[in-house]
Ligand binder design. Structure first.
Ligand code: HEC
Ligand code: HEC
Ligand code: HEC
Ligand code: HEC
Ligand code: HEC
Ligand code: HEC
Length: 497
């Protein structure tokens, strides 16, 4: 087979080799995808992006080499026309060379393909995301393992499907790797993540607005900070959807994600204060704007802000990394450990010890122990004497819970990363539902205690009050604080300050 003289140069040879290997790889992937029906983003990425890139590069190099050589010939510069391969199959040396070359190439191609496939897989695994730079991701990784999404990979929420986001995430990963190695990353990691992939493309792969939830029961248990660690129960009937499936998302909490409704809002970087809200009825095009006269931000500053469209993450912002408050994790721990709950004043002692956060885990561990012991020795020495064994066991459990929910080295706890569902420890729903946002016609975004849930039972576990499934009790705050819970947001007393 004869080729033009200009072809015989090293650049074109290189191009031909790259193109050849790329063709073989491409055929390999196409067979996998079309004949073995492999539906996998990494295969897609290799087959449709990486390999074609090499293919194009190879094919571009061939004419580039030829062009350079032609120029040289025209200018009269001496060139070599030596052929890279003169194949004479009668020559045993050539035969051996071809055999060795083919075996090595095939081995090389297969191992590159398998290796890079594995590398891609690994770079998307929970181990890679959660453990590789252990101290940075430890808070999220730990919380994740205790979450309902513990079997969903980090990448399914943070990267999602498709090669474009894959490449984007690896690019930003590279930047993060630099910051990690130079130790210049911020602690805590900034939240909310501004360019997180929209919920539509991640959450809605597994949960979607048409997937209907009616009401759900939510049972809570509390232990007060008194001598008996008084146990209290609360049952809430959460009005997630309408009372019947056929009504769709016309009412209830998930009304916000009705495809016919769009809520836009303007907020600060942390999204904990809201300045302006717009409700659009997408069917009729009707729009209503809600304003809060008590907002301190200047009106022209608000006018300049970009609104954000409300989606799942504006409420479910901690679907996988929930950092609980000491009150919450102690309640859970005491509910599971009746022996510890029987130690007088234990909740109070533990709450007191968990008030301050030190800068390292070790100093926190020491402080928890010494403070609880000191609390008893100073105020209740007789209790300490009688229960010292149980108190020590309780201290160990408090430490374990602390380690699941607070991360001093990364400056992470429930106050830094608040959860927007509810309204107890951060404003959450009360960011908008505070009776202060009004339309020009005076319609409020309501804070009515029965708007989002009804109370089916409440009170001391020993003597609770009940109502029927369609009834609702008026809220009784567990300790007497008068009307303070009606007048101030719960957060003012409940977020530990
Ligand atoms: C169910 C979906 C989901 C999964 C699974 C998930 N995340 Fe997240 N993650 C989120 C959301 C949503 C946010 C954004 C919170 C916000 O913007 O307010 C977030 C935020 C983060 C942040 C920023 C800091 C913070 O806590 O807000 C880090 C870091 C993080 N995730 C790491 C991980 C790691 C590591 C894994 C796997 C071990 C993982 N995520 C798994 C949904 C998820
Ligand atoms: C890969 C699939 C997948 C993705 C993506 C996903 N989830 Fe989930 N989600 C699940 C599974 C599985 C459960 C557990 C269901 C169960 O326990 O019944 C769950 C449970 C939940 C629950 C109920 C939690 C509870 O306390 O029981 C909420 C709320 C939720 N997901 C929200 C989200 C949000 C918000 C996102 C996007 C940031 C998201 N999910 C992304 C699969 C997923
Ligand atoms: C960004 C602002 C915003 C946030 C945050 C918000 N809401 Fe709303 N919500 C609205 C608006 C606006 C309406 C419509 C008020 C009206 O009827 O004019 C509404 C209406 C509702 C309704 C009544 C729906 C109906 O018509 O039956 C419920 C229930 C509700 N919200 C629950 C919640 C819960 C629970 C949370 C917190 C997890 C929450 N909302 C957070 C803006 C918000
Ligand atoms: C207005 C705030 C808000 C928005 C927006 C929102 N949710 Fe919810 N969602 C809630 C609340 C509140 C609950 C009840 C949770 C509870 O009882 O703690 C809930 C419950 C759920 C549950 C669990 C139901 C169960 O039985 O435990 C899932 C799953 C869920 N939401 C998914 C989603 C997804 C997916 C989106 C986005 C398409 C979304 N939510 C948007 C507030 C919201
Ligand atoms: C805009 C919706 C909304 C309104 C209005 C509202 N709540 Fe709630 N409330 C919630 C949600 C959502 C939760 C569930 C929080 C969670 O999943 O942890 C909740 C949880 C609670 C809890 C249990 C708290 C916990 O974490 O153990 C109590 C108590 C409560 N609400 C009382 C009230 C009272 C009293 C009012 C009236 C002043 C009120 N709520 C008004 C949405 C609302
Ligand atoms: C003026 C301050 C104040 C306000 C406002 C307030 N609380 Fe409380 N709350 C307390 C105190 C004090 C306790 C007792 C804590 C203890 O014994 O450990 C308490 C205890 C509770 C408990 C039991 C907590 C636990 O984990 O043991 C719940 C539930 C509760 N409050 C709900 C609410 C709700 C819901 C609101 C808002 C509608 C609210 N509170 C507003 C001061 C307040």
């Amino acid at each position: 087979m004869k080729l033009p003289r200009t072809f015989y140069n090293y650049i074109s040879y290189l191009g031909a080799i790259i193109a050849g290997i790329a063709w073989i790889t491409l055929i390999f992937f196409v067979i996998q995808i079309y004949f073995f029906k492999i539906d996998n983003v990494y295969f897609d990425l290799w087959a449709f992006i990486v390999t074609p890139a090499f293919l194009v590069a190879g094919h571009v190099l061939i004419p580039v080499g030829m062009y350079i050589k032609r120029k040289k010939i025209k200018k009269g510069i001496p060139v070599s026309d030596e052929k890279l391969l003169v194949i004479n199959l009668r020559d045993p040396k050539t035969r051996n060379a071809i055999l060795i070359f083919s075996v090595i190439s095939i081995f090389f191609i297969i191992s590159t393909v398998v290796g890079s496939y594995k590398a891609f897989h690994y770079s998307e695994s929970v181990e890679f995301c959660g453990k590789l730079c252990h101290n940075v991701m430890n808070p999220e990784f730990t919380a994740y393992q205790n979450s309902p999404h513990a079997k969903v990979k980090c990448a399914e929420c943070h990267v999602g499907e498709g090669a474009d986001f894959y490449v984007k995430s690896k690019m930003s990963g590279l930047r993060q790797l630099f910051k990690y190695n130079l130790n210049t990353y911020v602690r805590p990691i900034v939240t909310p993540i501004e360019n997180l992939r929209p919920a539509r493309e991640t959450c809605e792969k597994c949960h979607w607005p048409q997937k209907f939830y009616t009401n759900a029961l939510r049972k809570e248990k509390y232990f007060l900070s008194d001598s008996a660690n008084t146990e209290m129960d609360l049952t809430l009937n959460m009005k997630i959807g309408a009372s019947h499936q056929s009504l769709g998302l016309t009412e209830g909490i998930h009304w916000h994600i009705n495809p016919d409704v769009q809520i836009d809002y303007k907020t600060n970087a942390k999204r904990d204060v809201i300045y302006w809200i717009k409700k659009t009825n997408k069917r009729t095009g009707e729009q209503v704007i809600y304003k809060n006269d008590e907002v301190t931000e200047k009106p022209d500053a608000i006018a300049k802000m970009e609104p954000r469209v409300m989606d799942c993450m504006d409420c479910h912002n901690r679907p996988s990394h929930e950092f609980r408050s000491p009150a919450k994790y102690l309640n859970n721990m005491l509910a599971a450990q009746p022996r510890i709950a029987a130690i007088p004043w234990f909740k109070a002692a533990a709450m007191d010890a968990l008030k301050v956060m030190y800068s390292t885990k070790d100093s926190c561990m020491n402080a928890i122990k010494t403070k609880i012991v000191k609390y008893y020795q100073d105020s209740y020495p007789l209790v300490y004497k009688q229960f010292s064994k149980d108190i020590n066991a309780g201290i160990e459990l408090v430490k374990t819970e602390f380690n699941k929910n607070a991360f001093p080295e990364m400056k992470v706890n429930y106050q830094v990363y608040p959860r927007h569902i509810g309204h107890l420890e951060s404003d959450g729903c009360f960011r908008c539902h505070n009776d202060k946002f009004k339309t020009p016609a005076g319609k409020k975004i309501s804070k009515d205690c029965n708007l989002c849930h009804t109370i089916l039972s409440q009170g001391k576990t020993k003597s609770p009050t009940y109502t029927g499934i369609n009834g609702s009790l008026g809220f009784e705050h567990p300790v007497d604080i008068g009307d303070a819970w009606k007048e101030t947001n719960c957060k003012e007393c409940h977020n530990g300050n």
